[in-house]
Design a protein around this ligand. Structure first.
Ligand code: GFB
Length: 313
């Protein structure tokens, strides 16, 4: 990937696509192509084909997706399956039709079976049933992996798939119900601090364990793999460290400087008990994360405060 190659970042307005754009710009890539969802509906095959025939990108980062936390995944099941299938199918097929040199597909750790051995190895794909709350999203992401593999097998396309762990960072979604746990807790603890509320409610039992990677670290890993990885097998991207939701809530409480109590609402779903990534393959390839959770949380909280100041959330 040369500095003046044309690179399309699908989903550049999202947290992940935004971080990939920043990373590429920092490294000196000057020919980035982007379209907002208002300019290009990635669910429309005709529009995606027209865009690829006009722009003819050399490289594609497929970071566009309908995403959300456990509640959104479980509620908008049809959209999570349909939108994600359409976007990835249209982009991967158009990439093949219009001669893209290399494409990276971004999946998710939820593609692995709910009860797969921990840490999750790349070889656990399709070895057991999925976590029900995010099965539609996971099925769409598995289809994306299989599309990349099939276009590689049949047409020799250099399409690679990476599986990020749970992500957070600059430009996250802080919606009270539809967001992921980390941004949801930042908001809830902040609002409780402002309101001097005696306690903050955290969903579930607090016992599930999750791993969190700062989005700018993910972006650095994606660019690294785009430059150095050409194989069919997927690659996990994470830190290799996890903590319980209770520990996460305590850490967020400390970063936000909230002084009340934490209570758990066990009527809300826990989701998968644990999904720690095995990152030995990524480490062997030569990449390791650099932002630790506490440091990333401080940056994420600053981002939340900035966003809150700019727009009413
Ligand atoms: O981040 P999260 O929604 O996604 O939830 P998943 C993680 C855990 O945090 C669950 C608990 O055990 C939740 O019950 N939790 C506690 C909360 N309080 C909250 C809260 O206020 N909001 C949220 N959202 N959770 C998603 C998948 O699963 O992970 C997606 O649904 C995707 O498909 C994504 O893979 C990375 O880790 O459970």
């Amino acid at each position: 990937m040369q500095l003046n190659d044309k690179i399309y970042i699908a989903g550049h307005r999202g947290m992940v696509g935004g971080a990939i754009s920043r990373r590429l710009k920092t490294l000196g890539y000057v020919n980035l192509v982007t379209r907002s969802s208002a300019e290009l509906d990635l669910r429309s095959q005709a529009d995606v084909n027209e865009f690829f025939s006009k722009e003819k990108p050399d490289y594609v980062f497929l970071a566009a997706a309908k995403v959300g936390g456990i509640h959104a995944n479980n509620t908008y099941r049809a959209e999570f399956l349909y939108d994600n299938l359409m976007m990835e199918t249209n982009i991967i097929h158009a990439a093949w039709k219009h001669g893209v040199k290399k494409l990276m597909f971004l999946g998710s750790s939820c593609i692995y079976p709910k009860m797969a051995p921990q840490p999750l190895q790349e070889s656990s794909l399709l070895t057991g049933p999925l976590e029900p709350t995010n099965e539609p999203y996971a099925i769409a992401k598995i289809a994306g992996i299989k599309l990349c593999e099939a276009y590689r097998d049949q047409y020799g396309c250099n399409y690679i798939s990476v599986m990020p762990t749970n992500l957070y960072g600059i430009g996250d979604n802080y919606h009270p119900e539809n967001s992921h746990v980390l941004p949801a807790l930042i908001r809830r603890f902040h609002e409780a601090k402002e309101a001097k509320a005696p306690s903050v409610t955290v969903w579930g039992s607090g016992t599930p364990k999750r791993e969190f990677l700062f989005a700018d670290d993910l972006a650095a890993a994606c660019v690294f793999l785009m430059l150095h990885y050409d194989e069919k097998e997927l690659v996990n991207i994470g830190t290799g460290e996890d903590l319980s939701i209770r520990e996460l809530a305590e850490t967020v409480k400390e970063v936000v400087c909230y002084e009340g109590d934490i209570v758990f609402d066990t009527s809300k779903p826990d989701g998968t008990p644990r999904k720690l990534m095995d990152v030995s393959k990524l480490h062997k390839l030569g990449w390791k994360h650099s932002v630790e959770l506490k440091e990333g949380l401080v940056q994420a909280y600053a981002d939340f405060l900035h966003k809150k100041h700019m727009v009413a959330l």
